[in-house]
Ligand binder design. Structure first.
Ligand code: EPU
Length: 336
């Protein structure tokens, strides 16, 4: 495996922030991953593993060996009542989803067009339009960086929650090598999400297939979310906050149009996009750091914004939303 020095990471983070990695390498397989761990140890630098770099805010040069997971391969490992499909960590997410749909497999369609890689997807339990990874997850293989041993994770082992997992909770411990998904051959679609149903109805599709749902979701996402290839961003920059029923009621008393989703445990999830928009930040721009004009949850880099400028903007938004509504917004991407 080739290890390069002083490599620009601009092409490897979807914000398009210009920083350098002291060392950089790409892993095609498990052996490369082990070699990278060894090299990092020998050179006495940390190992930073990245996938698509689409959930990452880099605020300065990275004094580490940055290892981009580039392992490829998709295979069916079980084909009975359910079809279990295994993909290597470096597989780009959306083409993988399309590949499964082309095989007539149902389950991943609601997660269409999410940037990133297969290996990064379980980290934050990616989710969209009523489906999260946990709903279609079978198992995964990860390398324990402490012991050097491989470990299999079942669904229960992963402790998936809203944009959270054991892998996020134990940063730097687990290196995800390959992930398996439990898919179906018959249509069992998730159409709870209003805008998806509406889009299908507009197109006159009464009995949608998984591919129809995927197309509808691609269209919805393309309208609201900026394409990182065109405008640097990391998707939602904040999580939708979970607050107490009392706090939600207090905010609602002043803002009848508050967007809120009651949860089974009595808490209420608020739409962070609504809070940020209502606080007046939607479309805000200072230098090249801004808030997307069509979706207030997404911070964007118009070209030459630094990670520090983007983080500074995020902190101003957090402080303002707290001052106005008493709600804490948690940053979603990893900030380094
Ligand atoms: N809203 C506003 N203003 C905005 C944005 C949203 O008022 O600027 C309101 C909308 O009108 C809507 C509500 O907030 O009533 C929710 O908006 P939307 O359906 O667009 O979803 P979201 O809460 O903004 C979440 C995920 C997205 C995912 C969508 C669809 C998080 C942090 N974000 O966004 O995930 O695609 O739901 O399921 O949970 C991501 O994580 O990067 C991501 C894009």
């Amino acid at each position: 495996m080739k290890v390069l020095e002083q490599v620009s990471l601009k092409a490897f983070n979807s914000f398009g922030v210009e920083v350098k990695a002291a060392l950089f390498a790409e892993a095609q397989n498990d052996a490369d991953v082990r070699e990278a761990l060894q090299i990092a140890q020998e050179r006495d630098v940390p190992l930073l593993v990245i996938g698509g770099g689409s959930n990452l805010l880099l605020t300065g040069d990275v004094q580490a060996l940055v290892l981009r997971m580039a392992s490829r391969g998709i295979r069916i490992v079980e084909d009975c009542v359910q079809v279990v499909v295994e993909a290597e960590a470096g597989e780009p997410w959306h083409p993988f989803v399309q590949h499964t749909l082309a095989q007539g497999l149902v389950g991943l369609e609601n997660l269409s067009l999410i940037p990133g890689t297969v290996g990064a997807a379980p980290m934050q339990n990616i989710g969209a339009y009523g489906v999260e990874i946990k709903d279609v997850f079978h198992s995964l293989t990860a390398l324990d960086r402490q012991s050097g041993e491989l470990r299999e994770f079942t669904l229960a082992d992963c402790h998936f929650a809203y944009r959270d997992s054991v892998f996020k909770q134990q940063p730097g411990r687990w290196l995800i090598l390959r992930v398996r998904f439990a898919l179906q051959r018959e249509q069992a679609l998730h159409l709870e999400y209003g805008p998806v149903r509406q889009r299908l109805a507009e197109q006159g599709i009464e009995a949608p297939t998984a591919t129809d749902v995927s197309r509808a979701i691609c269209a919805i996402r393309s309208e609201k979310l900026p394409d990182p290839a065109v405008l640097g961003n990391a998707g939602s920059f904040f999580k939708n906050p979970l607050v107490s029923a009392q706090l939600a009621a207090r905010v609602r008393a002043e803002h009848a149009d508050l967007v809120a989703y009651p949860q089974a445990d009595g808490q209420v999830k608020l739409a962070a996009g609504w809070l940020i928009e209502r606080a007046g930040w939607k479309g805000f721009r200072e230098g090249d750091a801004g808030v997307h004009t069509l979706q207030a949850l997404v911070l964007v880099n118009y070209g030459a914004a630094t990670g520090a400028q983007l983080l500074g903007l995020a902190k101003r938004i957090q402080a303002d939303v707290f001052a106005r509504f008493g709600v804490n917004l948690e940053i979603e991407p990893n900030v380094l």
